[in-house]
Design a binder for this molecule. Structure first.
Ligand code: HEC
Ligand code: HEC
Length: 225
């Protein structure tokens, strides 16, 4: 009687310890270390900064977009797309080719994750531009056609894989709109989300309407009440 009494808690305890040990061993095997922001920063500063800017604010002279406002999922997908010729694979897309060449130099998936996590951790950049398009017309088009995916304030929607547009410069917005339109981006069948976006640009036919939407996006969208 005493024996059983003593063994029971002992056995339960030992099973507990054993299962903890197994759990630790298993989780050790499968655990991926958290992103290393210091490593990510080092890569960013050595490889990305010259084009994308020290704070991820972009650089018009290098025709390199701001990255700081984009979410980690979108950044990683684009980086992989460049790497796998899903974006930047069309020969005439010189700038896309350029970025694709750089993406191909970084082959360690953990380091890719580190640099993306570092960019994701950057504070948002806020900038406005005074453009001459028709702001009101732009608002109407944007809220009618774009806001459902990119958010009524242009802040993006991670669930719909639609990136933040607020904070991207007019020259970059214009260039990407044209790339979707002219078959430089969103043409590869593996580019699931780019294909989606490419279908939408065909709806906005007049280039003036595109300018109006860009004017609206660059004028710091007022918060919807
Ligand atoms: C030689 C200049 C240059 C360097 C260096 C560079 N990029 Fe780029 N990057 C570009 C250009 C140009 C584009 C825009 C390509 C286009 O027009 O489609 C771009 C686009 C991107 C995009 C897509 C942004 C968006 O809004 O869709 C990501 C993500 C990106 N770069 C990440 C990086 C990372 C990470 C590094 C460093 C490892 C890096 N880039 C280094 C020039 C550069
Ligand atoms: C059905 C949802 C949807 C709608 C509606 C939509 N988009 Fe997009 N858009 C996306 C997705 C998803 C992406 C990301 C594509 C990718 O992963 O390459 C994107 C990407 C973009 C980009 C590229 C951003 C970058 O950083 O390179 C621009 C610019 C853009 N959209 C503008 C617009 C405009 C302007 C409209 C309205 C005329 C619009 N979108 C409507 C889903 C949408």
């Amino acid at each position: 009687m005493i024996f059983v009494f003593c063994m029971k808690p002992f056995r339960i305890k030992s099973i507990g310890i054993l299962s903890l040990a197994i759990l630790a061993a298993c989780s050790h095997k499968h655990t991926v270390p958290p992103p290393d922001l210091a490593k990510g920063k080092a890569i960013y500063e050595a490889t990305c900064k010259t084009c994308h800017g020290v704070a991820g604010e972009g650089n018009q002279q290098m025709k390199s977009p701001a990255l700081a406002n984009l979410d980690g999922d979108y950044l990683l997908r684009q980086f992989r797309n460049f790497k796998n010729n899903v974006r930047g694979g069309v020969q005439a897309d010189t700038l896309g080719n350029q970025m694709a060449t750089i993406a191909k130099t970084l082959n360690d998936t953990l380091l890719i994750r580190d640099v993306i996590a570092y960019i994701d951790s950057m504070p948002q950049v806020k900038s406005m531009e005074r453009l001459s398009g028709d702001w009101k017309n732009g608002e109407q088009i944007y809220q009618g056609l774009c806001g459902s995916c990119h958010g009524p304030e242009g802040k993006g929607n991670v669930k719909l894989n639609a990136p933040q547009l607020n904070g991207l410069s007019s020259w970059y917005l214009r260039s990407q709109f044209n790339k979707f339109k002219n078959g430089y981006r969103g043409v590869n069948p593996n580019d699931k989300y780019g294909v989606q976006m490419a279908a939408i640009v065909t709806v906005v036919k007049e280039s003036q309407s595109v300018e109006d939407v860009i004017t609206y996006l660059r004028s710091d969208i007022p918060v919807a009440k």
